[in-house]
Design a protein around this ligand. Sequence first.
Ligand code: TRP
Length: 453
Amino acid sequence: MATTPTNNRGTWNTKIGFILAAAGSAVGLGNIWRFPTVMAENGGAAFLFIYVLLVFIIGFPVMVAELSIGRRTQKNPVGAFKALSNNKLFTLAGFWCVLCGVAILSFYVIIAGWTISYFFEQVFYFFGMTDWSAWVANTDNGWLNAGLAILFMGLTVSIILGGVSQGIERAVRYLMPMLVVIILILIGYVMFQPGAGAGFREYLVPDFSVIDMDLILAAMGQAFFSLSLGMGALITYGSYLSKRENIPSAAAYVTGFDVGIAFLAGMLIMPTVYMAQAQGVAIFDDAGSLLAGPALIFQVLPELFHEMGGLMGLIFGASFFFLLSIAALTSSISLLEVPTSYVIDEHGVSRKKAAIGIGAFITIISLFIAFDTGLIDHIDFIFSVIGLPLGGLIISLFLAYVWKTESAKMELQNGFENIGSHWFWPVWKIFIKFICPILIALILATTIYDVIR
Ligand code: TRP
C-alpha cells in the first residue's frame, strides 16, 4: 500500500517546522484564556496538579496515537478511519471529530475576537480616548463580537488558503518566544503588587480536599483542549509529517511547550486576579466563589496594564494582546484545517472552495454566539469537555484494537528505528491499550451517570 503522499498535501519543511506548527496549534487561548478560567472555577493548585497528571498519562500517549494514524494514512480523521477499517461506526466517529472541530471553532473565534478588541482597548486607553476604550472593551456588544469574529475567521481562512506550512512556521518561530518573554516580565512585575501573594498561594499550594469528579472531568477536558487532541487535528497535522521524524520525541516537545506555557499563564493570571481585587475589581460573587466566566482574563488583565500605566502599560498591554491573537490564529488554523481537509480529501472540493465555504458556515454559527455569549459555556462543555475525550477514547481504542499496536509500531519505526528495544514502546503500548481508554471511559461514565441520576 502506498505510504507516500499521493495528493497535493504539503509537508512540514523541517522537524522544527512541524514541532512549531503542532505547538502553534496547541498553544493558544486554551493556555491563556481557558486554563486560568477553568482553574479559577476548580480550586486552583489542586486543579493544576490533576491537569498536569492527565496531560502526561492521557494526553501524551493519545497525541502519539493521533500523529501515527495521521502519518500512516495521510488523511483527515474521516478518511483515516476509513482507510484502516471498513467498519462504518468509525466513519461516524470521524464525523464526530469534524463536528467537534466545527463547534469549537465557532466559539473560539469569538474569544479570539476579544484579543483583537483588547489590543485596541489598550491603544485607546493610552491616548486618553476613554469612550472608545470602554466601547471596544464591552464583550456584551453583539455587533462588535460578530464583526470581530468575522474578521478573525477571515484571517484564519486566508492562512488556510495558502496551505499549511508557510506562515504558521514563521509566526510560531518568532512570535511565540516573544509571548513567553512578555509573560515572564509581567510575572516579575505582578509579584511585587499588593494582593498578588494570595493569588500565588491559590495557584501553587494545593488543597487536595477540593478534588472531586467535576474537577477531574474539567482537567481532562482542559488537557484535550489545550493539546489540540481528540478531534483529529493532530491526525491531520500528522499527515503532513515527514517519515524521517521521530513522532514520540516531537510529541514530547509539543506537550512540554504547551504545559510550560499554560503554567506560566497561570503564574501571571491567578495573582493578577487577586491584584485586581485589591484594586477594587469585583472578582468574587455574593456566594464567595470566583467570578470566572469566559470574560475573566479580559477583565483583569487590562486592569494590570492600566496599573502599569503610561507607555509601559501600552507597550506591554498592546503587545500582549497582539501576540495572544497570533497564538489564537495558529490554533484556529488547526481547527479549520480538519473540516477543510475532510471536504478536500473526501469530496474532491478545491482547497479554496472548501476553506471559504466552511469558514462561512462556521461564522454563521458564531453570529448566534456573538449575541449570546452565555452559549460558549454550553458548547464548550458538550464538545470540549465531553466531545474531545470521547474522540480520544475512540482514537485509542481504534489504534489498539482495530489498527493494532504492531501496525502502529511499524509506522513509529520511521524516524525511531530502535523503538522496539526502547523503554518507550512497552510503556506506550500499555497506556494506549489499557490505561488511557479505561481512565477516559471511567471519567466520562461517572459524569454521565451524575447527569442522568
Ligand atoms: N489547543 C488550542 C488552544 O489551546 C485550541 C485548539 C486548536 C484545539 N486545535 C484544536 C482544541 C483541536 C481541540 C482540538 O487554544
